[in-house]
Design a protein around this ligand. Structure first.
Ligand SMILES: [Zn+2]
Length: 281
């Protein structure tokens, strides 16, 4: 953890401690347990760096980060500024429910309660190694629950296929380097089966679902059932998530903060996790 983060968390701990003191009459010096846990835990960045190398959907326009100014000004001070142009659905990003469900939440409407919460990491990397188009099944979820307990309300379910290891190589990550419709036809990567998406919205109450591939549905999908079912239930998606191999199956906390785009169907996302010291890994 870097020093500024420690300082920030310490400040948070102090602020929370003070708040607790105001509301509960707790001693001023008693730190908030959550802030203490965050301060002592390990932060993991689950975000791919946004750059010209970042993987975008084959039909998305090219990303650009154009220099508007860079260098010493006439005033004798340095100044730099850039213009960013990108699809909502490239790099690590949020899929807002309205992406596939008319009338559902837009990027700016997704509540913080859908973006911050306890993580459950479902690792299907072995299955995805054997089958690039692997679909996560209800049996995979049940096996996870047999080991770790039922997915609690408000959980952020993160599906680890291991495909982030290919990033940003498009052939490995997407199954194709082609762009446009030809590229869409060549997509091969794992996703979530329709029955599994149904199971999650019918029988569980998740905050959000994330995956370390370009889409909640697998590459060959033509009807995008996982998107339609999950987003249709106002369960947002996080796509192109990174580093899920660094998280324990249970016990980490996720903070996923997308850019608050008015009316957006998605948005660039900074997603991080904190692993309490007691969890290790
Ligand atoms: Zn998307």
């Amino acid at each position: 953890m870097t020093r500024p983060v420690v300082a920030l968390i310490s400040a948070l701990a102090l602020a929370c401690g003070l708040l607790a003191a105001c509301s509960d009459g707790v001693e001023l010096s008693e730190p908030d347990p959550l802030a203490t846990s965050l301060a002592n835990g390990r932060w993991v960045d689950l975000t791919h760096t946004l750059s010209e190398d970042a993987v975008f959907w084959p039909t998305a326009p090219e990303y650009s980060h154009e220099e508007a100014a860079f260098g010493m000004t006439e005033g004798g001070y340095f100044y730099s500024s850039y213009n960013l142009h990108l699809s909502e659905h490239g790099g690590t990003h949020l899929d807002a429910p309205i992406h596939f469900a008319e009338g559902r939440q837009t990027a700016d409407e997704v509540p913080l309660s859908s973006l911050i919460g306890p993580a459950a990491v479902l690792d299907v990397s072995q299955q995805a190694n054997a089958d690039r188009d692997y679909l996560v099944t209800v049996a995979d979820i049940e096996a996870w629950e047999a080991a770790h307990g039922e997915l609690a309300d408000g959980t952020i379910l993160l599906i680890r296929t291991g495909f982030d290891r290919y990033w940003p190589d498009r052939q490995g990550y997407l199954g194709t380097v082609l762009r446009g419709e030809e590229g869409v036809a060549g997509l091969n990567f794992p996703g979530i089966a329709e029955e599994a998406a149904h199971f999650l919205v019918e029988y569980r109450d998740l905050a959000a679902v994330g995956i370390d591939t370009a889409s909640l549905d697998n590459g060959p999908s033509k009807d995008f059932q996982a998107h339609r079912i999950l987003l249709g239930a106002n369960v947002p998606g996080f796509e192109n998530v990174a580093n899920l191999g660094e998280l324990p199956a249970i016990g980490a906390m996720v903070i996923a903060l997308p850019t608050k785009v008015a009316g957006g169907s998605g948005a660039p996302l900074r997603i991080v996790a904190n692993i309490p010291a007691a969890r290790g890994k």
